[in-house]
Design a protein. Structure first.
Length: 153
């Protein structure tokens, strides 16, 4: 098996970052390119709720995307120095949809992601978060799911 491209979708949370050691180890082992992906929630879908506030939401979203791009650049510099190559993407939309779209478009060989990024609101334990579950169920690309609580550091 050869892995040439690894997709690491992240919301930049501590839980999502727990998958990073797996990404770097696999990238170094296979000489693979790393694709970092941050998906900003598309604020346009809230226009009907907030009316003319949409233009303000769009401004906030642009700030989020700019900040995410800066943070991804920092991750590239500080955490991916040993990787052969890395490219970061910041897009707007539904996270699961955008992950699957980029994996397909870039012909990723593996997606590495955390099992969840936020604790379940209900208080009951769920191994998969909703985004991870959608990706695992719909991906044509193999997915390595990392439980943040058990991740190596």
């Amino acid at each position: 098996m050869q892995i040439n491209k690894i997709l690491w979708p992240t919301d930049l949370s501590a839980a999502a970052t727990a998958a990073l050691p797996y990404v770097t180890d696999l990238s170094q082992k296979y000489g693979a390119q790393v694709l970092l992906l941050y998906v900003a929630d598309d604020m346009r879908r809230y226009d009907h709720i907030y009316g003319d506030a949409g233009k303000h939401l769009a401004g906030l979203q642009e700030m989020e995307c700019q900040r995410a791009g800066e943070l991804l650049q920092r991750v590239c510099r500080e955490k991916l120095g040993g990787c052969p190559a890395f490219i970061h993407h910041v897009v707007k939309g539904d996270p699961a949809t955008e992950i699957l779209k980029l994996a397909s478009a870039e012909k990723a060989d593996l997606i590495v992601m955390a099992s969840h990024s936020h604790p379940a609101d209900s208080g009951e334990y769920k191994f998969f978060g909703s985004v991870t579950e959608k990706v695992v169920k719909n991906s044509a690309t193999p997915v390595l799911v990392v439980n943040p609580a058990l991740a190596k550091g």
